[in-house]
Design a protein. Structure first.
Length: 261
Protein backbone atom coordinates (compact mmCIF):
# COMPACT_ATOMS: atom_id res chain seq x y z
CA UNK A 1 0.00 0.00 0.00
CA UNK A 2 1.59 3.30 -1.03
CA UNK A 3 1.46 6.45 1.11
CA UNK A 4 -1.49 7.95 -0.77
CA UNK A 5 -3.70 4.89 -0.41
CA UNK A 6 -2.66 4.54 3.24
CA UNK A 7 -3.82 8.14 3.75
CA UNK A 8 -7.23 7.31 2.29
CA UNK A 9 -7.61 4.37 4.68
CA UNK A 10 -6.64 6.59 7.63
CA UNK A 11 -9.23 9.14 6.45
CA UNK A 12 -11.82 6.36 6.31
CA UNK A 13 -10.81 5.23 9.80
CA UNK A 14 -11.21 8.74 11.25
CA UNK A 15 -14.53 9.44 9.54
CA UNK A 16 -15.84 5.98 10.43
CA UNK A 17 -14.86 6.55 14.07
CA UNK A 18 -16.71 9.91 14.17
CA UNK A 19 -19.80 8.41 12.49
CA UNK A 20 -19.81 5.48 14.90
CA UNK A 21 -19.45 7.78 17.90
CA UNK A 22 -21.89 10.53 16.89
CA UNK A 23 -24.14 9.05 14.18
CA UNK A 24 -23.44 12.01 11.89
CA UNK A 25 -20.66 13.47 9.83
CA UNK A 26 -20.05 10.81 7.17
CA UNK A 27 -20.52 12.61 3.87
CA UNK A 28 -20.05 16.06 5.38
CA UNK A 29 -16.52 15.10 6.43
CA UNK A 30 -15.51 12.56 3.79
CA UNK A 31 -16.13 14.68 0.70
CA UNK A 32 -14.15 17.72 1.98
CA UNK A 33 -11.32 15.38 3.04
CA UNK A 34 -11.20 13.92 -0.47
CA UNK A 35 -11.04 17.45 -1.91
CA UNK A 36 -8.16 18.19 0.48
CA UNK A 37 -6.37 15.11 -0.92
CA UNK A 38 -6.72 16.69 -4.37
CA UNK A 39 -9.49 14.43 -5.66
CA UNK A 40 -11.62 15.98 -8.42
CA UNK A 41 -14.87 17.34 -6.85
CA UNK A 42 -17.15 15.28 -9.12
CA UNK A 43 -15.15 12.11 -8.41
CA UNK A 44 -15.14 12.87 -4.67
CA UNK A 45 -18.94 13.19 -4.65
CA UNK A 46 -19.53 10.06 -6.73
CA UNK A 47 -17.14 7.93 -4.67
CA UNK A 48 -18.54 9.19 -1.36
CA UNK A 49 -22.10 8.38 -2.45
CA UNK A 50 -21.36 4.68 -3.00
CA UNK A 51 -19.24 4.69 0.17
CA UNK A 52 -22.31 5.94 2.07
CA UNK A 53 -24.63 3.40 0.44
CA UNK A 54 -22.37 0.50 1.44
CA UNK A 55 -21.63 1.66 5.00
CA UNK A 56 -25.29 2.45 5.77
CA UNK A 57 -26.59 -0.87 4.41
CA UNK A 58 -25.49 -2.61 7.59
CA UNK A 59 -27.43 -0.07 9.61
CA UNK A 60 -30.60 -0.84 7.65
CA UNK A 61 -30.30 -4.54 8.44
CA UNK A 62 -29.93 -3.83 12.16
CA UNK A 63 -32.75 -1.27 12.30
CA UNK A 64 -35.05 -3.50 10.24
CA UNK A 65 -34.42 -6.44 12.56
CA UNK A 66 -35.26 -4.21 15.55
CA UNK A 67 -38.40 -2.86 13.80
CA UNK A 68 -37.04 0.69 13.89
CA UNK A 69 -38.03 1.59 10.31
CA UNK A 70 -41.29 3.16 9.18
CA UNK A 71 -41.34 1.81 5.63
CA UNK A 72 -44.34 3.97 4.67
CA UNK A 73 -42.45 7.18 5.44
CA UNK A 74 -39.38 5.76 3.69
CA UNK A 75 -41.53 5.13 0.61
CA UNK A 76 -42.90 8.69 0.51
CA UNK A 77 -39.39 10.14 0.91
CA UNK A 78 -38.05 7.91 -1.87
CA UNK A 79 -40.93 8.94 -4.14
CA UNK A 80 -39.58 12.48 -3.97
CA UNK A 81 -35.84 11.85 -3.73
CA UNK A 82 -35.16 9.39 -6.55
CA UNK A 83 -36.80 11.49 -9.33
CA UNK A 84 -34.98 14.55 -7.91
CA UNK A 85 -31.68 12.64 -8.06
CA UNK A 86 -32.29 11.67 -11.68
CA UNK A 87 -33.16 15.25 -12.65
CA UNK A 88 -30.08 16.60 -10.86
CA UNK A 89 -27.84 14.04 -12.53
CA UNK A 90 -29.32 15.03 -15.88
CA UNK A 91 -28.43 18.66 -15.07
CA UNK A 92 -24.87 17.69 -14.08
CA UNK A 93 -24.56 15.61 -17.25
CA UNK A 94 -25.37 18.74 -19.27
CA UNK A 95 -22.31 20.37 -17.64
CA UNK A 96 -20.11 17.34 -18.27
CA UNK A 97 -18.61 18.89 -21.39
CA UNK A 98 -17.33 21.76 -19.22
CA UNK A 99 -15.45 20.18 -16.27
CA UNK A 100 -14.65 23.59 -14.75
CA UNK A 101 -18.34 24.54 -14.62
CA UNK A 102 -19.29 21.13 -13.20
CA UNK A 103 -16.68 21.35 -10.44
CA UNK A 104 -17.64 24.95 -9.62
CA UNK A 105 -21.31 24.00 -9.20
CA UNK A 106 -20.41 21.02 -7.00
CA UNK A 107 -17.96 22.96 -4.78
CA UNK A 108 -20.30 25.89 -4.20
CA UNK A 109 -23.27 23.60 -3.53
CA UNK A 110 -21.09 21.59 -1.18
CA UNK A 111 -20.19 24.71 0.80
CA UNK A 112 -23.83 25.77 1.20
CA UNK A 113 -25.00 22.29 2.26
CA UNK A 114 -22.13 22.02 4.76
CA UNK A 115 -23.28 25.28 6.40
CA UNK A 116 -26.85 23.96 6.56
CA UNK A 117 -25.61 20.66 8.00
CA UNK A 118 -23.57 22.49 10.67
CA UNK A 119 -26.69 24.43 11.66
CA UNK A 120 -28.74 21.22 11.84
CA UNK A 121 -26.11 19.51 14.01
CA UNK A 122 -25.69 22.47 16.35
CA UNK A 123 -29.39 23.22 16.84
CA UNK A 124 -30.85 19.72 16.45
CA UNK A 125 -32.20 19.52 20.01
CA UNK A 126 -33.69 23.02 19.85
CA UNK A 127 -35.34 22.28 16.50
CA UNK A 128 -36.82 19.08 17.89
CA UNK A 129 -38.12 20.86 20.99
CA UNK A 130 -39.62 23.61 18.80
CA UNK A 131 -41.39 21.05 16.57
CA UNK A 132 -42.84 19.15 19.52
CA UNK A 133 -43.87 22.34 21.35
CA UNK A 134 -45.75 23.73 18.37
CA UNK A 135 -47.27 20.39 17.45
CA UNK A 136 -48.70 19.93 20.94
CA UNK A 137 -51.76 17.80 21.56
CA UNK A 138 -53.47 19.27 18.48
CA UNK A 139 -51.01 17.76 16.01
CA UNK A 140 -53.50 16.49 13.44
CA UNK A 141 -52.04 17.33 10.06
CA UNK A 142 -54.10 15.72 7.29
CA UNK A 143 -52.34 12.57 6.00
CA UNK A 144 -52.51 13.90 2.43
CA UNK A 145 -50.71 17.12 3.40
CA UNK A 146 -48.13 15.24 5.47
CA UNK A 147 -47.43 12.83 2.61
CA UNK A 148 -47.02 15.74 0.18
CA UNK A 149 -44.57 17.49 2.54
CA UNK A 150 -42.66 14.24 2.94
CA UNK A 151 -42.34 13.88 -0.84
CA UNK A 152 -41.15 17.50 -1.12
CA UNK A 153 -38.63 16.89 1.67
CA UNK A 154 -37.37 13.83 -0.20
CA UNK A 155 -37.00 15.89 -3.39
CA UNK A 156 -34.95 18.56 -1.59
CA UNK A 157 -32.73 15.94 0.04
CA UNK A 158 -32.32 14.11 -3.28
CA UNK A 159 -31.17 17.27 -5.03
CA UNK A 160 -28.65 18.11 -2.30
CA UNK A 161 -27.29 14.57 -2.12
CA UNK A 162 -26.86 14.23 -5.90
CA UNK A 163 -25.02 17.57 -6.03
CA UNK A 164 -22.84 17.20 -2.95
CA UNK A 165 -23.22 13.67 -1.44
CA UNK A 166 -24.36 15.45 1.77
CA UNK A 167 -27.80 15.96 3.28
CA UNK A 168 -29.23 12.51 3.88
CA UNK A 169 -27.80 12.35 7.42
CA UNK A 170 -28.14 15.32 9.75
CA UNK A 171 -30.49 17.34 7.52
CA UNK A 172 -32.67 14.33 6.74
CA UNK A 173 -33.02 13.43 10.40
CA UNK A 174 -33.93 17.00 11.43
CA UNK A 175 -36.49 17.22 8.61
CA UNK A 176 -38.14 14.00 9.81
CA UNK A 177 -38.12 15.28 13.40
CA UNK A 178 -40.06 18.35 12.26
CA UNK A 179 -42.52 16.41 10.10
CA UNK A 180 -43.06 13.57 12.58
CA UNK A 181 -42.40 15.04 16.05
CA UNK A 182 -44.14 12.21 17.91
CA UNK A 183 -42.46 9.32 16.13
CA UNK A 184 -39.94 7.57 18.41
CA UNK A 185 -36.39 8.83 17.88
CA UNK A 186 -35.02 5.36 17.11
CA UNK A 187 -37.66 4.93 14.38
CA UNK A 188 -36.84 8.35 12.91
CA UNK A 189 -33.15 7.46 12.77
CA UNK A 190 -33.87 4.02 11.30
CA UNK A 191 -36.23 5.52 8.70
CA UNK A 192 -33.64 8.13 7.68
CA UNK A 193 -30.98 5.44 7.21
CA UNK A 194 -33.38 3.23 5.24
CA UNK A 195 -34.10 6.16 2.92
CA UNK A 196 -30.43 7.11 2.62
CA UNK A 197 -29.37 3.75 1.16
CA UNK A 198 -31.45 3.78 -2.07
CA UNK A 199 -30.92 7.54 -2.34
CA UNK A 200 -27.11 7.35 -2.19
CA UNK A 201 -27.03 4.14 -4.25
CA UNK A 202 -29.00 5.63 -7.16
CA UNK A 203 -27.02 8.89 -7.00
CA UNK A 204 -23.71 7.02 -6.72
CA UNK A 205 -24.43 4.73 -9.67
CA UNK A 206 -25.55 7.76 -11.66
CA UNK A 207 -22.24 9.51 -10.96
CA UNK A 208 -20.36 6.29 -11.76
CA UNK A 209 -22.08 6.15 -15.16
CA UNK A 210 -20.73 9.67 -15.80
CA UNK A 211 -17.20 8.55 -14.88
CA UNK A 212 -17.28 10.29 -11.49
CA UNK A 213 -16.03 7.28 -9.55
CA UNK A 214 -12.71 5.90 -8.31
CA UNK A 215 -13.24 2.25 -7.36
CA UNK A 216 -9.74 1.82 -5.91
CA UNK A 217 -10.26 4.87 -3.70
CA UNK A 218 -13.62 3.46 -2.55
CA UNK A 219 -11.94 0.21 -1.52
CA UNK A 220 -9.30 1.95 0.60
CA UNK A 221 -11.90 4.19 2.26
CA UNK A 222 -13.96 1.14 3.25
CA UNK A 223 -10.83 -0.64 4.49
CA UNK A 224 -10.40 2.08 7.09
CA UNK A 225 -13.98 3.08 7.82
CA UNK A 226 -15.49 -0.30 8.72
CA UNK A 227 -13.20 -0.87 11.74
CA UNK A 228 -13.50 2.84 12.53
CA UNK A 229 -17.30 2.60 12.76
CA UNK A 230 -16.99 -0.50 14.96
CA UNK A 231 -14.60 1.18 17.42
CA UNK A 232 -16.50 4.48 17.36
CA UNK A 233 -19.81 2.80 18.13
CA UNK A 234 -18.28 1.40 21.31
CA UNK A 235 -17.12 4.90 22.27
CA UNK A 236 -20.59 6.42 21.82
CA UNK A 237 -21.62 8.27 24.95
CA UNK A 238 -18.08 8.40 26.38
CA UNK A 239 -17.53 11.97 25.17
CA UNK A 240 -20.31 14.45 26.12
CA UNK A 241 -22.64 15.36 23.24
CA UNK A 242 -22.34 18.99 24.31
CA UNK A 243 -18.67 18.92 23.33
CA UNK A 244 -18.87 16.74 20.21
CA UNK A 245 -21.66 18.58 18.40
CA UNK A 246 -20.22 22.13 18.65
CA UNK A 247 -16.77 20.90 17.58
CA UNK A 248 -18.18 19.04 14.58
CA UNK A 249 -20.41 21.99 13.64
CA UNK A 250 -17.50 24.46 13.90
CA UNK A 251 -15.36 22.29 11.63
CA UNK A 252 -18.14 22.07 9.03
CA UNK A 253 -18.72 25.84 9.14
CA UNK A 254 -15.03 26.53 8.45
CA UNK A 255 -14.97 24.09 5.51
CA UNK A 256 -18.33 25.34 4.21
CA UNK A 257 -17.27 28.99 4.16
CA UNK A 258 -14.07 28.12 2.35
CA UNK A 259 -15.93 26.22 -0.37
CA UNK A 260 -18.95 28.51 -0.75
CA UNK A 261 -17.27 31.92 -0.71
Amino acid sequence: MDAGNFGFSIAGLIVGFIVGMTGVGGGSLMTPILLWFGINPATAVGTDLLYAAITKSGGVLVHSKNRNIDWTVTGWLTLGSVPAVLLTLWFLKSLDTDPAALNAVIKQSLGVVLLLTATAILFKNKLLAFAQRHAGDDYKMAPRNLNALTIITGAVLGTMVALTSIGAGALGTVALFILYPFLATKRLVGTEIAHAVPLTLVAGLGHASMGNMDWTLLGFLLLGSLPGIYVGSHMAGKVPDGILRPCLAFMLVMIGFKLAF
